[in-house]
Design a protein around this ligand. Sequence first.
Ligand code: 3PG
Ligand code: MG
Length: 407
Amino acid sequence: MSIRNLDDLLADGVSGRRVLVRADLNVPLGKQTGQIADDGRIRAVLPTLSALVQAGAKVVVCSHLGRPKGAPDPQFSLRPVAGRLGELLGAPVHFAEDTVGESARSTVEGLADGQVALLENLRFNKGETSKDDAERGAFADQLAALGDAYVDDAFGAVHRKHASVFDVPARLPHVAGRLVLREVEVLSKLTGEPERPYVVVLGGSKVSDKLAVIEALLPKVDRLLIGGGMCFTFLKAQGHEVGSSLLEEEMVETCGNLLERSEGKIMLPVDVVAATAFSPDADHDVFRADGIPSHRVGLDIGPETVAGFAAAIKDAACGEPGGARTIFWNGPMGVFEMPAFANGTRGVAEAIAKADAFTVVGGGDSAAAVRALGLDESSFSHISTGGGASLEYLEGKTLPGIAALED
Ligand code: 3PG
Ligand code: MG
């Protein structure tokens, strides 16, 4: 497998050339304010963009934001992202009101060497996510016409077989950007022979999203700690009632099978914080995991669980002294956006940060949690910008966006 990277493109010379950069600027927006709640994904693409600017390229950035349904939808406009990107680059970013239409064409045409444009949301166009190769291809043709070369730096989207990720590189000279390169370098250490003990911490809401990765990881890990909304389907599989907590009923049996086959590697919460409602100021108490009242909703792991998870990280609970040597964490332990339910995520994140190990945080939400909770990002070995992408990478799947960069 050979993938050319940004340095190869820079060596070819990009001055005066239009370079189309696929970025993942899918940042969380505040529910009320519509403002950018965490700009980590914008920062992550700066090394690639700055290098191109310095080399005198005409930089045309494209991205998706959220999941609009193939037509313009103002709440998913990338305009605020253009503003923030400009601040971070220290130069204005020209914003195109559409993705491949009149505005995009004239914006790109008007770029001077070393200037940057951002196109409007890729997913305002049906062709971007279409399952129909011809429809996707037609959109890719229009997009590719806006560049002379293509850089994929959208690690968070490489698991999507979308036009901007999969079809455009077939139409232009293509390379991996700095972020994609770094992400693949780090994650490949986890799929190879990670130093053991190897502890994986999984959270987030949907167990169905995580089943494949659990299957793939179980044989490799020493411990698999499960919190977040997904833990309740496992607790149910253990025979516990979970009140009105998140539950994927149709997954209960599968979770039960996984528990049976896990050789005791899976650790589940022993206590949870359960509230009277899904709301920041709802009454809440700690309950045993086997004693969640029927009208309560579990919104965080409890203190005893946090201590147990932290101990498992510190000692790896594997009978080996010295604790975990490799840790991968994906998904918050509770509804960390609400301070009352942030302790689980904070406690686990702190334990991982303190560990003397190779530590990788995967996923937009976990990365945003690290920053929102004011933890020092540099106390982790790597914070991935990809959630689904990093999980699928660890599953050993072929990622369309990476495959498309191979020569
Ligand atoms: C993400 O946030 O996971 C990536 O930006 C991909 O977005 P998607 O899950 O909507 O394809
Ligand atoms: Mg996602």
